[in-house]
Design a binder for this molecule. Structure first.
Ligand code: FAD
Length: 320
């Protein structure tokens, strides 16, 4: 177990190699950084600024790997449920590393910490079509690549050309270009998840390059606006949540939300967590939910669905 004073010393050692610039806080509540508004304190939460990001983070991850300091990479916090006891280790917030990095004819690269909203605003102003499907989805570019986010029948991998990542090799985190390969991606699956689960080392996505095409900004705006309005109508922004709780599965023959609806589970609650009264596959924080409430309710819905239908639901939200 890493103690707080050890992490502080650890950060001082990292600082000697690459000086930190950005924001750093001890005992930072993760509820401030998740769309579910739950999660206890992280021992340390850091948001390196864009100027030092790559060098500092490469150094930090290399040292953390060598010294076995746990690190969690945070994007927009739109798909995670940190525990109520918080996170013992270091939460690395990528949102300081944001913006358009490059554009060539037919492609655009965004820094991983860019919010989807910001990336959509850039695409609209520049007249880059192809990314409209993402409009209104909370989170960051890095998180969307990691989760291979999907909406309106399109996955992030359908538009991805390559990602640039910091990857562990011979004990050092180094920049590597990861070209898109169809076989590496699947429904809500990316190779970055495999890397993590297979070896316990987490690759950090630095940026992502997408296919775009020239399109009239007004048409882009219209399509993006329609997606945002559709989400609003479906109640996505009514309460704190992390979007869909469970992954869909073709073998079920219908969307998971419909299965949950048909079992009459809308409105089922535990503590401050509730199956949204307006959508079976969304759990919402009605005001005072804890991470434990959300976990308990997720497990309960899963169990009821398994008992009544035999289908085993796979959570899409990530419990830390
Ligand atoms: C209202 C609402 C609607 C939603 N609708 C959809 C939807 O339609 N489709 C959909 O797919 N999802 C949806 N989501 C979920 C969420 O928006 C996506 O999963 C999003 O891609 C998560 O991005 P994030 O930056 O918030 O990731 P986080 O929640 O911060 O992290 C998710 C995972 O990605 C990893 N990660 C994040 N950034 C990086 C990085 N730079 N490098 C390596 N790993 C990283 C984290 O370690 C974590 O394991 C919705 C969520 C909400 C709240």
């Amino acid at each position: 177990m890493v103690r707080l004073c050890d992490i502080s010393d650890f950060l001082k050692r990292v600082d000697k190699q690459t000086q930190f610039e950005g924001i750093m806080r001890y005992n930072e509540p993760l509820s401030h950084h998740t769309t579910f508004k739950v999660g206890g304190p992280a021992d340390v939460w850091i948001r390196p600024s864009v100027d030092v990001f790559e060098d500092y983070v490469a150094n930090l991850l290399t040292s953390a790997y060598a010294e076995e300091v746990p690190v969690f990479i945070l994007g927009g916090g739109a798909n995670i449920v940190p525990q109520d006891v918080g996170f013992r280790g270091l939460v690395l917030d990528t949102s300081g590393y944001a913006g358009l990095l490059a554009d060539e004819y037919g492609s655009a690269s965004f820094a991983a910490g860019s919010s989807i909203d910001t990336a959509m605003a850039v695409a609209e102003v520049r007249g880059w079509g192809g990314l409209e499907f993402l409009a209104g989805m909370p989170g960051s570019i890095g998180g969307a690549v990691y989760t291979n986010a999907r909406c309106y029948e399109t996955s992030v991998s359908d538009r991805l050309i390559e990602a640039v990542a910091l990857e562990l090799g011979c004990g050092v985190f180094q920049r590597k270009t990861v070209p898109f390969r169809e076989t590496d991606f699947g429904y809500k699956k990316s190779p970055f998840q495999d890397e993590k689960s297979a070896s316990g080392r987490q690759t950090l996505i630095l940026s992502a390059k997408f296919f775009v095409y020239q399109r009239e900004s007004a048409l882009i705006h219209e399509e993006m606006d329609a997606h945002r309005k559709d989400r609003e109508t479906k109640g996505h922004y009514r309460f704190p949540s992390a979007g869909s709780v469970f992954k869909n599965n073709r073998a079920f023959g219908k969307p998971v939300g419909k299965i949950i609806d048909e079992l009459g589970l809308r409105g089922l609650s535990y503590g401050g967590a509730m199956v949204a009264p307006f959508h079976g596959n969304i759990i919402v924080n009605t005001g005072n939910a804890t991470a434990t409430d959300i976990r308990f309710l997720t497990d309960e819905v899963r169990e009821i669905v398994r008992e009544k239908t035999g289908f085993v639901l796979e959570p899409e939200i990530i419990f830390l």
